[in-house]
Design a protein around this ligand. Structure first.
Ligand code: F1P
Length: 358
């Protein structure tokens, strides 16, 4: 294949370890902010964003969703939050504090701006996670964390997705620790493992080239993922549309048997990718599903840190940061697919970097 380093989007994907480092360094600031907010008494938390930033919010909220914390947690696209939730929150603010954490690479996305303004009017506490210093979100949220290293020259969110996902996870961990809930995570170790795993994936792009070539004739992709991996299945599915103009869908892995298996009829057009993590409680069941799919005649590839994987994910840490490793090979595959289909991934069609109208 041609020299990939000439593509801006490729070089941005190789920068994930650096961005993880910069985002990880924000933990103590995030913990300080969370401490101030929690001392005011927060009874509900909203994680809000659009597009990839919404999926980053969903991933970042996982430690809260998997915990016994009494604070209710909701994750919403900014438009949904604005039209269907903000009124409810307004009525509840008096009975205990509400916190809205906004995730936005640009910090300028229209729905995020509307939702932020409305939240502040109603007394909701606000935090912004963004890659853009001086953006609307940075200037107007009560607290703002900016990771400048994550702003992309290219249109697609790749390293910024990783950064926002990580900031969300760090915020969730900080909230849990402040509530004396043991998250059982050695953060320094996990961040080191994450940087190593990402560098490892980037040094093996040849194997991913092989997969991109092998699957080039497929018209559609479905990414099957359980639990904490589901947000990256959504993100990968968006990237298959944005970068290689390929129909794609994210499915909670074990949901596949509930109707999706009718696609066996069109299996020659469909590529399944099953994501599974050996530490996940449903791992054995996902492995059985994967074997069943192959036996039935689906073209299915297993991406896992299990040695039985078709593509081995070099991850040996816990379940909260693992998904950031899983997204990178999927980014590379859709990028390579785009080139193989004759597109220039640095010149995206039909999408805008920032959505400024609603
Ligand atoms: C992010 C986003 C991207 C999408 C498109 C428009 O908004 O929705 O996910 O790919 O480029 O913008 P934000 O993070 O800047 O709010």
């Amino acid at each position: 294949m041609e020299d990939l380093s000439k593509y801006v989007v490729f070089s941005e994907m190789t920068q994930l370890p650096r961005v993880v480092e910069a985002s990880g360094n924000k933990y103590s600031v995030i913990e300080g902010i969370a401490g101030e907010l929690m001392s005011d008494g927060i009874s509900e938390v909203y994680y809000v964003g659009c597009g990839s930033s919404y999926y980053a919010a969903l991933g970042g909220a996982m430690p809260l969703l998997r915990s016994p914390l009494n604070t209710r947690t909701f994750i919403q696209p900014a438009s949904e939050f604005f039209f269907y939730y903000i009124d409810l929150i307004g009525g509840r603010v008096q009975s205990g504090g509400s916190l809205a954490v906004f995730f936005s690479r640009s910090g300028e996305t229209k729905e995020v701006v509307l939702a932020l303004d409305e939240s502040r009017k109603r007394g909701v506490k606000t935090v912004g996670f963004t890659c853009s210093e001086g953006s609307y979100l940075d200037r107007n949220a009560d607290y703002s964390i900016v990771v400048e290293e994550c702003f992309e020259e290219g249109v697609y969110m790749t390293k910024s997705f990783a950064a926002l996902y990580l900031l969300g996870t760090l915020a969730s961990i900080a909230i849990l620790r402040l509530n004396n809930i043991d998250v059982n995570i050695d953060l320094d170790r996990e961040l080191r493992l994450l940087k190593e795993a990402l560098a490892n994936v980037s040094s093996g792009v040849k194997a991913l080239e092989h997969i991109a070539v092998k699957t080039i004739g497929k018209r559609a992709f479905a990414i099957l993922a359980p639990g904490n991996l589901y947000p990256v299945a959504l993100e990968a599915s968006l990237k298959f549309k944005e970068i290689s103009y390929t129909f794609s869908e994210a499915i909670h892995a074990l949901e596949f048997r509930h109707g999706h298996n009718a696609l066996l009829e069109r299996r020659s057009e469909l590529q399944l990718i099953v994501l599974s993590l050996s530490e996940d409680p449903s791992h054995e069941k996902n492995m059985s599903l994967y074997r069943e799919l192959v036996e039935k005649g689906f073209d299915a590839l297993l991406f896992s840190n299990d040695s039985a994987a078709d593509y081995f994910i070099p991850w040996s840490g816990g379940t909260y940061l693992a998904p950031i490793t899983y997204i990178l090979p999927l980014y590379y595959i859709t990028f390579l697919r785009s080139i193989l289909l004759g597109y220039n991934p640095d010149k995206p069609l039909h999408i805008s970097k920032v959505v400024l109208s609603i």
